[in-house]
Design a protein around this ligand. Sequence first.
Ligand code: TMP
Length: 212
Amino acid sequence: MYKGVFITLEGGEGAGKSTQLRLVGEALRERGHDVLITREPGGSPGAEDLRQLLLFGNNPLSLRAEILAHFAARYDHVDRVILPALEAGQIVLCDRFTDSTLAYQGYGRAAGQADILDLIHNLTAMLALRPDRTFLLEVPRAIARQRLAARAGRPDRYEQADEDFHARVAEGFEAMALHEPERVRRVNTAQEEAGQISHRIVEDILALVCQA
Ligand code: TMP
């Protein structure tokens, strides 16, 4: 058991996660909360090394190895950064977590193949850390693509994948949200101002902080 609150943000690229992480983090800090903002893959030195390999490595891994590498990065991040922060009572805001592996590898790459979904579910169960709340940020793909086109920097392995892949990823996130409505809040970032959205997210997190 820990004293803190573990929040994850999920969604496809260009859904507005970075903006929301920043706005929500600022708002919680202004109210005096101790907030840690972190990300996956990455978030600890070893996991950041694995991020480079996963997103920009010259030699793509087999699907099962790719899943294990995402989880190796995640276990290091959880053991060295997330759990100590939660034990210290911080609010941890994490950009992506296990749901991304389900969506990108389980649905994007494996199209929902049962043995691959089982592997991901088993690794998730062994991790024994579930977010207290997950916000799934959703936006029509056409808008996400416009946002991505305006970004600088080299696109990573997943951003370069085709449209069918991204449609399957969205389907995976939707399946996860339908399966766990208690934990997952769906947020459409195309319909409201970023400030209004972050306000609602902050209110939801504050309610969880009161229960913790
Ligand atoms: P981002 O943090 O800039 O969104 O980039 C991370 C990329 O890695 C993104 O395309 C999603 C992908 N990813 C996976 O494929 N599986 C995972 O488990 C995680 C955490 C991310």
